[in-house]
Design a protein around this ligand. Sequence first.
Ligand code: ADP
Ligand code: NI
Length: 217
Amino acid sequence: MSENEILNATIRFVKNELKDAEGGHDWWHIERVVNNARLISRSEPVNHFIVELASLLHDIADAKFYDGDEDAGPLKARAFLAGLQVKEETIALVGKIIRNISFKGGNFTIDFSSPELAVVQDADRLDAMGAIGIARAFNYGGFKNREIYNPSIKPDLQITREDYKKSSAPTINHFYEKLLLLKDRMQTETGKKIAEERHRFMEIFLAQFYQEWGGKK
Ligand code: ADP
Ligand code: NI
């Protein structure tokens, strides 16, 4: 199979796997991440085939929806790619990228790095910021039946990885626990630039939100 055929087969597989996914983690999220990754990898020394493949497969089995199993995604990607006779080296690299891409808050130590990981991770993080990031956060909060905001529940900035996963705090808290921290974790030059704009937009949104709420922060 040519690289193009592999990518097309992967698109079909991912669309089908994610057809009932929550709105923030559906095919459209994948498509936006692929587009972000293309944009920010223009000036990065990456293997573009690996970037495309990892972008497409990065949320194929989110640990959040698999009882916290962080190996679910890499294993599913491996099974799929092996079925297409993709070479082991590629499968292993894509698996490592998928395994390491998520920032789940707290004290997660990264055990692998590569230029392709940096690009896909930045691309995924950008989609959690700005107007899209706001839409996704409230969609996720609604999916989990969370409060939008509760002035008496303060954000937990020291949140550990385990508590982050279990958290049922209001969605506004998620901005302080994750979304506003993303800007300083960007790794590529283009990613950093886009993140600045999206960060500013979230700050404007929050200021307006509190003003309309009429309450205390
Ligand atoms: P990633 O895929 O980058 O590891 P997640 O899967 O945790 O991140 O989050 C994916 C999307 O769901 C993001 O847009 C994120 O903001 C949103 N999300 C995750 N956890 C929460 C939460 N507790 N409240 C609101 N939105 C959330
Ligand atoms: Ni994602």
